[in-house]
Design a protein around this ligand. Structure first.
Ligand SMILES: [Fe+2]
Length: 588
């Protein structure tokens, strides 16, 4: 039985195909439309997963939609009556969801109607973690901005059932808290929170007391928390929102009172001062205090020592890195698409297990669920830009032997070259994990500045992540468990910090990705080759993009290569190498 899952008309629109309880394909719409966090209807992602599932319309027996208008209905209604503008918005959204089955049929070209099942937002988040985790039993928690009127939900998963036993509802939300302060700090775009998380390491939490007044969450024995309304506006006005086909947009969430307390908000073009770093650090520390204390409580009330975590706040890898040390849980699973994109898969899994009662036999042990391209498609894309490649003095050649390809790329990286690495199926979730990656030498401290200024063209304070052979993780990090999805910041062992200086953040941590041969044979062999050359089993890994969604296809990889100062591009067995440093226009 095939189930299509969908997250539509919401940030990070996406689609997933689950066949007989196993995920077969999943992708975010942004990769196809090239609009970051695209929030409309995921037509392209849907067409891709439908085709990748190699199913026919007759095999598709249900569409699982990650939204349930009936969830928290009375609370939604009360709020809508209080804020008439909100009522109008709800009616508009509702009418789009009413015809979602027809929109799906149109997208994949079928005249046959398909039954639609709705799954509440946080249940889909919980399902996206628990049902694909390796755990038979686990405590489960979802923490995000807001979805179906809740911002957090927790419970226990056992076998093929999830038993939620608590939630926090609008307007209280750790996600909204973090987003509001991210806006205040001059990062207004949807999904900018991770930038502030990186900035937080540069400051001291000098304003923690103020932030403790902002998020009211007594320690010990409580799961709930509240936002102090004085600091925010979302509870008594309707922030501007854009959920169309373009990039999602959210109006200002912080109040004038917050500015009175913390000082004037930073404009995006203004310099980042020590004050901003201290605010980011205080924001992050308070999030960790509240989150870790709730998790300690969840550990107690659930009586289970394994944890599954999802929701947008689960991307806070700094907080995640403290969970096993500070909350009593022994094992943690966070799926690669922990945010709203993951809802598509979560809804489909929820339908298969919770609603239809089917047993589990699938564990998500890698994140490569997106499109892939053949050698001839890659060759065709290269032929399409032959003139530009010769103008920029690039050699094009092939290395068909996998071992030789890895040895060649590893030696180029060790020589200080920056390599675009495009292989196999695209990653599901925001992190590039070795199939759509830009790779560099982690031993060269200057790589951080070179990558930030010349390739990625982004803020200088943002760190780069290390990919390490799984079996060697304990040598370099004070953490030796698998971390395949790059969702945990771990302390780098003090004696190794200067060795992998380009991937060690200012606070001495690295957002580590462990790689084993079963997950990604080629990437594993590349890192292994680098280790054989240098004695360091680590490669710097950043996503293959430049202020755009991660590249999907060979044409986009070539385009990114040609407009940046990357030294090499390796796509399948094809190698494109600059022979001289070209005068590529720099938008700095
Ligand atoms: Fe969410």
């Amino acid at each position: 039985m095939a189930i299509l899952g969908i997250n539509a008309y919401h940030g990070d629109a996406s689609a997933a195909a689950v066949v007989d309880g196993r995920l077969v394909a999943a992708a975010e719409e942004e990769r196809f439309t090239r609009v970051k966090h695209a929030a409309g209807f995921p037509s392209d992602a849907l067409r891709y997963v439908y085709q990748a599932a190699q199913t026919s319309w007759n095999d598709v027996q249900c569409l699982a939609v990650a939204r349930d208008s009936y969830a928290n209905m009375w609370a939604k209604a009360r709020n809508a009556v209080r804020l008439p503008k909100l009522l109008a918005r709800r009616v508009g959204v509702q009418s789009r969801f009413a015809s979602i089955g027809k929109a799906v049929e149109d997208a994949v070209g079928s005249a046959k109607p398909i039954p639609v099942e709705r799954v509440e937002h946080h249940r889909a988040h919980l399902a996206s973690a628990f049902y694909v985790s390796p755990f038979d039993e686990a405590a489960v928690i979802s923490i995000d901005g807001l979805g179906d009127f809740s911002s957090a939900m927790w419970g226990v998963g056992r076998g093929n059932r999830i038993f939620p036993f608590g939630a926090v509802n609008f307007p209280h939300s750790l996600g909204i808290y973090y987003t509001a302060l991210t806006q205040y700090l001059g990062f207004p775009k949807w999904g900018d929170e991770y930038k502030v998380m990186g900035l937080a390491s540069y400051g001291e939490p000098e304003m923690l007391e103020e932030f403790r007044r902002m998020v009211i969450a007594p320690n010990g024995g409580r799961m709930d928390f509240e936002l102090c309304p004085d600091y925010f506006v979302h509870h008594n006005s309707v922030p501007q929102m854009a959920w169309g086909d373009g990039e999602p947009m959210l109006g200002r969430l912080y109040s004038r009172y917050l500015e009175q307390r913390l000082g004037k908000a930073r404009e995006p073009h203004e310099p980042i001062e020590d004050r901003h770093k201290a605010i980011a650090a205080s924001l992050q520390r308070r999030l960790e205090e509240v989150m870790l204390d709730r998790l300690r409580q969840l550990r107690k009330v659930s009586g289970v020592n394994k944890l599954c975590l999802a929701g947008g706040v689960a991307f806070n890898c700094v907080a995640n890195g403290k969970i096993l040390k500070e909350t009593g849980f022994d094992e943690l699973f966070v799926p690669p698409a922990a945010g709203d994109a993951g809802l598509a898969m979560g809804a489909a899994m929820y339908l298969w297990h919770q609603m239809l009662g089917n047993p589990r036999d699938f564990v998500m042990d890698h994140a490569y669920w997106g499109p892939e391209f053949t050698g001839s498609q890659i060759a065709q894309a290269i032929n399409g830009v032959r003139d530009e490649l010769s103008r920029q003095r690039c050699d094009v050649f092939r290395i068909d032997d996998e071992e030789a390809l890895c040895r060649f790329a590893a030696s180029e990286i060790a020589d200080g070259n920056i390599v675009g690495w495009f292989q196999g199926r695209m990653e599901w979730g925001p992190r590039a994990l070795g199939n759509r990656s830009i790779l560099a030498d982690p031993r060269r401290c200057e790589m951080r500045d070179i990558l930030n200024s010349k390739i990625k063209r982004r803020e200088p304070f943002r760190p780069f992540a290390p990919s390490i052979l799984e079996e060697r993780a304990g040598e370099y990090f004070e953490y030796s468990r698998p971390s395949p999805f790059m969702l945990m910041a771990c302390a780098v062992r003090p004696e190794k910090r200067s060795i992998i200086s380009a991937t060690t953040h200012v606070d001495g941590t690295g957002r580590v990705q462990t790689v084993n041969i079963a997950q990604n044979r080629l990437y594993y062999r590349l890192i292994k080759s680098f280790d054989e050359l240098t004695g360091v089993p680590v490669i710097l890994n950043t996503s293959f993009n430049e202020n755009e969604p991660v590249v999907l296809c060979p044409e986009e990889a070539l385009d990114c290569f040609l407009r940046t100062k990357m030294d090499l591009l390796v796509m399948g067995g094809y190698v494109i190498k600059r022979t001289v440093e070209t005068q590529v226009p720099n938008s700095d």
